[in-house]
Design a protein around this ligand. Sequence first.
Ligand code: HEM
Length: 451
Amino acid sequence: MSVSNWYNRSLNKIWGFVEDRTAMKRWALRPQPEFSFKPSYWTGAFVAVALVYQVISGALLLLYYQPSTNPTLTACGQTVGSASTAPAAWCSTFYIIHSVPMGELLLSSHLYGAYAMLFLLFLHFFRGYYVGVYKSPREFSWMVGTLLMVVTLGMGFTGYLLPYTQLAYNATNVGVVLALRLPTFGPLLGPLILSDGTGQGLLSRMFDAHVVLLPLALAGLFYAHLSLFESHGIAPPATSDPLQRRRFTDREEKEHVPFIPHIFFYTLKWALLYLGVLFGIAALWPWTLPTYVGNTAAVGVVTEPDWYFLWLFKLVDFQGVTPVIAIGASSAILVYILFLPFLDRSKRTHPRDRPVFIFLGTALLEFFILMTVWGGETPGVQILPVLIAETLGPPFAVTALAVGLFHWRYRASYRRRLAARQSQTFAGPYPPAASPSAHPTPTATEVPGSE
Ligand code: HEM
């Protein structure tokens, strides 16, 4: 017997034993269709992988981190002479980086892991937006997902202050001021966020939110999100046919491949790649800790949030945009995303059938990217209305034009093909020849605008 034969037979034997003793195939997580073996169908699973790594690395960081603003003489006192009075939160972070074995890798990968999770989350969101996965019956999956996005952004916001650097402290204060200026909710939120108004009060609240409250919310929402996914299965590819089912029959379910081992190993492969890239980046470009709150050398530190909040900070820089307007605008975007399944009521899921929503989604994406770059390049610089119009106007106009043009061409070509088919049907006693085109000939219900 060749070595590879022996190897495969041994693996099969071990796997058979494990399956027999655990009945893994019948564990939760439903079988999935063959067509789902593409990364684009598992963008949510990649977010989940990133989330799992954040939980593990965060739990390890908790072994050393101290959520206190008290000056400390231990941990980093002896190492950095001038920092002997630095707050414990900063010092314990310093200690993790410089004294804990692999601590620098752990902390950097937790931070970059948060960036990666948010990036993958935006990818999952925009992929779902473009292919219309929010349509019936997945409306609640979408709404729970939107809440997951809000909580994940909250995790980023609360985690930013924990090393207690001056940079993070300034940015957190801007965020807090924005929240406090909210009509009605502001005064209610004040004591909740600020506690007794001291630095320690704020740090304690952020710590509590980051390691207890928001993770609990995340766990509950994630459970609901996965349960909904279990009920509906993966969304089939987008289509122009309003009659196509977006649920699977019992027979189709039986033909699907089991989650364990097929999908599990498929996603595990991507998970390992994710971890490899994350560790590689964290090892090559470890994070450097900015100076601590209260350091006299910190005077003049710019106020800058992490990249995923830069768009909001830039919005506040717009002349005439008060904190209330900025919060109002972001709340309006949130409400739009949350209720999107009930705003876009057409039964067609294909992007070409949803020009208005594709324009709005693309405009949102452009707005987010442009504002993030702008916020990073000129943080805190006031922007006049003319410049706002000159920067944001052209991309929006080009998008509207492109989406409108493509939709118009698509409708015209569908109507032409329908007319050709109808004239063939009425032409004589012979059945119409099969269409040589690779695309299916449309039926009356498939013509855009015929619903
Ligand atoms: C922490 C954040 C999130 C996690 C961990 C997560 C995880 C997942 C997972 C594991 C799936 C199964 C299919 C797949 O892997 O793509 C899924 C599906 C889905 N997610 Fe998320 N998700 C998150 C955020 C969101 C957001 C922000 C939205 C949209 C606003 C969303 C909407 C959906 C929808 C509609 C489905 C069903 C899609 C389908 O069947 O193809 N999720 N999510």
